[in-house]
Design a protein around this ligand. Sequence first.
Ligand code: MN
Length: 325
Amino acid sequence: MSAHSAAKIIAIEEHYLDVEIGKHFDGPEVRVPPLRQRLEDLGTLRIKEMDEAGIDVQVLSQSAPGTHRLDAATAVPLARGANDRLYTAVQANPSRFAAFATLPAIDPKAAAHELERTVTKFGFKGAMVHGLTQIDGARLFIDDKRFWPIFERAQALDVPIYVHPAMPHPAVVDAYYKDYVKDFPSLVNAAWGFTVETATQGIRLVLSGLFDVYPNLKIILGHLGEGLPFSLWRIDHALSRPGGKSVAFRETFREHFYITTSGNFSTAALLCSAMELGVDRLLFSVDYPFVENKPGPRWMEQVPLSTEDKAKIMHGNAKRLLKMG
Ligand code: MN
């Protein structure tokens, strides 16, 4: 019996901020209290707010952008230290917490090594990557071949990689959002910018041929798939028009991707996701502390799915995918 076998509600995109990584945050990612207080808390306050919502387990992950915009000399030891500290926090409350690793993606070989170290030594459930990674001045999507050692190791360890948003490319912000940012600051992130960027990450992963090379690789997307379930038919149909390379887009997406309810408690979007992917690929998440815990389980209670299907979403799929049973 694992520490989590009896859990009825497992939430898997729940963020914290490592105290040392937090020192490198600036610009739009500086969080102000009370958000910062909740991000830095891995004890009393967090567990109190889990209890109030009936959440048994949080799978903890670093808040975006993690170490993705730091140089390798900084990111590699910083990620290692952060994972060591995270392991200590999980060990303090092993029945309430599990963890995804923070990876120094800027150094993909070191990142693959860190993934293996944290999975084999600490029992971490996989890793989360955040948005674009800056290498040699370029901001790269995660499908770039330079990052494939991370996916190779994830497949070998049989753990998923959670592809999470971060701020869009500055050129995109400038061209697409700038004139509305002052009045609607969330437009560039959770309201729309995150969705466009992370959906693009997902699409690019399929087009890159990554899953031909790593046929057992598993990817997780939050926010009910960043809109992709809704668009899956159209993407697949348009990509199969004459003139392009052949790609089984919809089939590949449905085979390799899992999606979570983080920050998107929409019954319509959930049912669309269930119809496209099946309930075995849907996992409950809140996106704490950016979203409050309580409305999540309350929403799921009145979703028109069977008790069995809801049990899969609330805990069964997480136990299987993350080996928490
Ligand atoms: Mn999140």
